[in-house]
Design a protein around this ligand. Structure first.
Ligand code: SF4
Length: 495
């Protein structure tokens, strides 16, 4: 029986290169790579060797025969990807689909080329994939900088504590932190990082997208209305973030992406279930004494195009301790769920109870998460603090009474001193990672491409940036001033 990839897939494709029969797709270079929720193993081609399971940095791959209970669904999910593919057509647009690709050699600088000194700002996934590429494929010396006193970025402060397999990728990154060609500078702000530019051939900024996207509705800044990052950082022990008041029985989360699902899951989890995880002790204590019984996920889209991924919804639906309910306020919701084909996103909701929720009443006993589709937030209500959210619906607006609102409508990058910034996309304008008009300066990750894709998507992104940097180095496009100054200093030291 074949192996199957499961919920925690980070899609960084570490498994693809070790598969002896090329049966894990979409692979880097194929049209779908970076666009699917995860990677999939073709059960018809897999020879059961287990190499991919050994290579997976997040323990997402198992023999299909070992999967029982809710994870068993991934046997079908893997197979479905191939059942829906016209393999011959796919092979014509992606030449390595089920065939050997032309050999790819790691990029190296010419042997007579002096080692580069590169500063990487940010210790999250994009920064660490860039570090990995530079250290493994060149003889560059790397100065790795982070403004926080602990390395890890999004893996440490963004991944939910009840996803230990996903957090495990941090161990893969951590092995580079004591590499002999790496200097680690923690607690170094962007200002000090900019000073590094004069002492390095190139600087890669991989600082992520840290700002919350605004909802643009009245009341969103009322006390009790929080950006998602404040909640996620709080339960992960981010040093900059204050505690979150959990005295409300109902919390509305605006948004239904994976971050919104994470927040809903943690706020409704039994504290004992989180006790053995990496959750911040203060957050665990607050959850123990908190009153939250219901989290409402407010989604503009319908169930067929919801922003969450199927693996995250499956994980939520599988929890025995928390109810998951669909608010049946709009006939389109039932139509989408009942009419969904197997494999469609909406089909995952078929077994869930549907309920016309009375939002003026307190939540029922027990803990539950309510999915309210086709509903936009119109205002955060309250005079001096949050009292609820006014949301749209086909029968007119409704006020959902709630003591806390979490705004999980997405992230955007923040401007970096001295670098151009595109306010519309919240990114630094760049071409393949090269910052426009700033030779020797590069970006990787969400500050480069916007907040899309999971951890693994940063691997290809960082690789493209490092490739551009190496190309520029070989072509003599790095600022000559820096390189000459360093070489002169080196020669003087030798004299
Ligand atoms: Fe490929 Fe072996 Fe993994 Fe099957 S078990 S997908 S053959 S690496």
């Amino acid at each position: 029986m074949a192996f199957a990839i499961t919920q925690t897939c980070c899609a960084d494709a570490s498994c693809v290169s070790v598969c002896p029969v090329n049966c894990i797709h979409p692979a880097p270079g194929e049209p779908d790579f970076g666009r699917t929720e995860m990677l999939y193993i073709d059960p018809g081609t897999c020879i059961d060797c287990g190499a991919c399971a050994d290579a997976c940095p997040v323990d997402a791959i198992f023999p299909a025969g070992d999967l029982t209970g809710p994870p068993r669904a991934y046997v079908e999910i893997n197979a479905e990807y191939y059942a829906g593919q016209d393999v011959l057509a796919q092979a014509s647009v992606a030449p390595n689909f089920h065939r050997w690709a032309p050999p790819a050699f790691p990029r190296v600088l010419p042997s007579d080329f002096a080692p580069l000194d590169v500063a990487v700002v940010g210790t999250g996934p994009a920064g660490m994939y860039a570090v990995e590429d530079l250290l493994l494929h060149t003889d560059s010396r790397v100065t790795l900088v982070d403004r926080l006193p602990v390395a890890g970025g999004l893996v440490r402060y963004g991944v939910a504590p009840d996803h230990p397999s996903t957090k495990k990728i941090g161990e893969t990154f951590a092995r580079f932190l004591d590499h002999p060609r790496l200097k680690l500078r923690l607690g170094t702000g962007i200002g000090a990082a900019r000073d590094l530019a004069g002492r390095h051939d190139a600087v890669i900024y991989a600082v992520g997208a840290t700002e919350a996207r605004r909802l643009g509705i009245p009341g969103e800044d009322l006390p009790g209305s929080l950006p998602a990052a404040a909640v996620v950082g709080w339960y992960n022990g981010h040093p900059d973030l204050a505690s979150v008041d959990l005295s409300a029985e109902r919390v509305v989360v605006v948004g239904a992406g994976n971050v919104a699902l994470d927040i809903a899951r943690i706020l409704t989890a039994g504290p004992d279930a989180l006790a053995g995880t990496e959750i911040a002790p203060a957050a665990l204590a607050a959850l123990r004494s908190g009153k939250v019984r219901e989290v409402v996920l407010l989604a503009r889209r319908g169930p067929e195009t919801a922003a969450y991924t199927r693996p995250e919804l499956l994980a939520l639906a599988a929890r025995p301790d928390v109810g998951l309910v669909v608010d049946a306020h709009d006939a389109r919701i039932a139509a989408a769920i009942d009419g969904a084909e197997p494999g469609d996103k909406a089909a995952l909701l078929r077994e869930l109870p549907r309920e016309a929720v009375d939002w003026s009443s307190p939540p029922p006993d027990g803990r539950r998460i309510v999915l309210r589709f086709h509903s936009s937030p119109l205002a955060v209500c309250g005079d001096t603090e949050v009292r609820g959210v006014r949301a749209s619906g086909p029968a007119g607006d409704v006020e959902i009474t709630a003591g806390r609102v979490v705004r999980a409508a997405g992230f955007r990058g923040a401007p970096l001193p001295g670098l151009p910034f595109d306010d519309d996309s919240g990114t630094v304008p760049n071409t393949a990672g090269r910052v426009e008009g700033r030779p020797g300066t590069y970006v990787a990750g969400w500050i480069k491409r916007g907040p899309s894709g999971g951890i693994g998507a940063n691997k290809a992104c960082a690789r493209e940036t490092v490739g551009a940097l190496l190309e520029d180095a070989v072509a003599g496009r790095l600022p000559a001033r820096r390189r000459r100054a360093r070489l002169t200093a080196k020669l003087l030291r030798r004299a």
